[in-house]
Design a protein around this ligand. Structure first.
Ligand SMILES: CCCCCCCCC/C=C/C(=O)SCCNC(=O)CCNC(=O)[C@H](O)C(C)(C)COP(=O)(O)OP(=O)(O)OC[C@H]1O[C@@H](n2cnc3c(N)ncnc32)[C@H](O)[C@@H]1OP(=O)(O)O
Ligand SMILES: NC(=O)C1=CN([C@@H]2O[C@H](COP(=O)(O)OP(=O)(O)OC[C@H]3O[C@@H](n4cnc5c(N)ncnc54)[C@H](OP(=O)(O)O)[C@@H]3O)[C@@H](O)[C@H]2O)C=CC1
Length: 287
């Protein structure tokens, strides 16, 4: 089944709007950048690797005939964040839409996770996202309004091997609620999109070590019986960034094919198949 949706957004929806997508060179970020660009926005993509950004720009032009603007930035680095936001404002004059999509983690059991490893993931997902929000608010949105969407990860009931990332993502979701309350008076809305398991080549490259068996188990535990696509996450992010969502702020929208993220896992023994709590599985059998 081809699940790649054609865009549901009209061509000039974001006419004269400027959007900035972190991690926009690959996977979900690239799909979001594509949707925003097709809907008429001037789109900037950033990420640490200049090469990934250049490749994405070329691919986007080939596929759509439209241009993306690029600027490398490590969102954990305050100087980079300052330079990125200043560059976009100098060259394009506004940042109406911010998509904080850059993020990730490595799977690691809590007992093996060092403080340095924990902080590397918190600095990326939580501090990096906060620092992008604050800079864009202070430099532009506080006086002009705008919309921010933070991409998190559906693990609100916890996920084995993801203590660092779960803590950071929960932090982003709660921070989003506070910022929504502080910033609505300035015309700034801020929401989260919480993807389930989404197939992206670039993202999955990081989890090859977990093996196909884990992937098959995950698919079978999803009520939709398939992984999501980057385009399906992009639709949610673009909707929340649009005027159609003008009374929505401080919310998290799950894009997860009905996955409940309660601790259930598929349990198989001989000819029996059932659902049991994740915690009851041996560690290696968990995600
Ligand atoms: C098929 C089924 C699909 C199943 C797939 C299911 C996936 C669930 C859905 C989620 C999907 C996604 O998020 S998709 C997104 C995919 N992309 C990613 O996840 C990539 C993100 N990774 C990164 O950006 C980085 O590697 C990041 C994690 C932030 C670390 O950044 P840094 O470069 O600063 O860190 P490093 O210098 O590499 O390491 C700093 C410390 O972190 C720790 N550390 C780093 N890597 C480590 C590792 N692999 N294991 C243990 N510890 C590690 C060490 O303590 C390091 O210190 P030293 O020991 O002193 O060096
Ligand atoms: N795929 C999935 O199943 C799910 C993904 N997510 C989240 O969605 C987002 C996108 O994931 P996906 O597209 O799958 O994976 P990708 O690995 O393709 O996306 C991660 C992007 O973030 C960028 N990035 C990583 N670290 C930094 C940094 N320090 N500063 C700036 N940019 C950075 C990467 O570019 P570069 O390396 O050049 O910096 C890359 O473009 C991530 O936050 C991910 O955790 C959430 C739920 C599920």
């Amino acid at each position: 089944m081809n699940t790649k949706p054609k865009t549901v957004f009209r061509p000039k929806l974001f006419d004269k709007k400027v959007a900035l997508v972190t991690g926009g060179g690959t996977g979900i970020g690239f799909a979001i950048a594509t949707e925003l660009s097709l809907a008429g926005a001037t789109v900037w993509i950033s990420g640490r690797s200049e090469e990934k950004l250049d490749d994405a720009e070329k691919r986007h032009f080939k596929e759509t005939g439209l241009r993306l603007l690029t600027q490398p930035c490590d969102i954990r680095n305050a100087t980079d964040v300052d330079a990125l936001t200043s560059e976009v404002l100098t060259k394009s004059g506004s940042i109406d839409i911010l998509i904080n999509n850059a993020g990730g983690q490595f799977p690691c059991s809590a007992e093996e996770l060092s403080n340095k490893g924990f902080m590397a993931v918190v600095n990326l997902n939580l501090l990096g996202t906060f620092s992008m929000c604050r800079e864009v608010f202070n430099k532009y949105m506080s006086t002009h309004g705008g919309s921010i969407a933070n991409i998190t990860l559906g693990m609100n009931n916890g996920m084995p091997l993801m203590a660092h990332s779960g803590a950071a993502r929960a932090g982003v979701e709660n921070m989003t609620k506070t910022l929504s309350q502080e910033w609505i008076a300035s015309g700034v809305r801020i929401n989260c999109v919480r993807p389930g398991i989404i197939y992206t080549e670039s993202g999955f490259d990081n989890y090859k070590g977990l093996g196909d068996d884990v992937l098959n188990k995950i698919v079978r535990s999803i009520p939709a019986k398939r992984l999501g696509t980057a385009e399906e996450v992009a639709s949610a992010a673009v909707f929340l960034s649009s005027d159609g969502a003008r009374y929505i702020t401080g919310q998290s929208l799950a894009v997860c094919g009905g996955q409940s993220f309660t601790h259930l896992a598929i349990f198989e023994q001989e000819d029996k198949v059932g659902l049991i709590p994740y915690g009851a599985l041996p560690l290696k059998a968990r995600l």
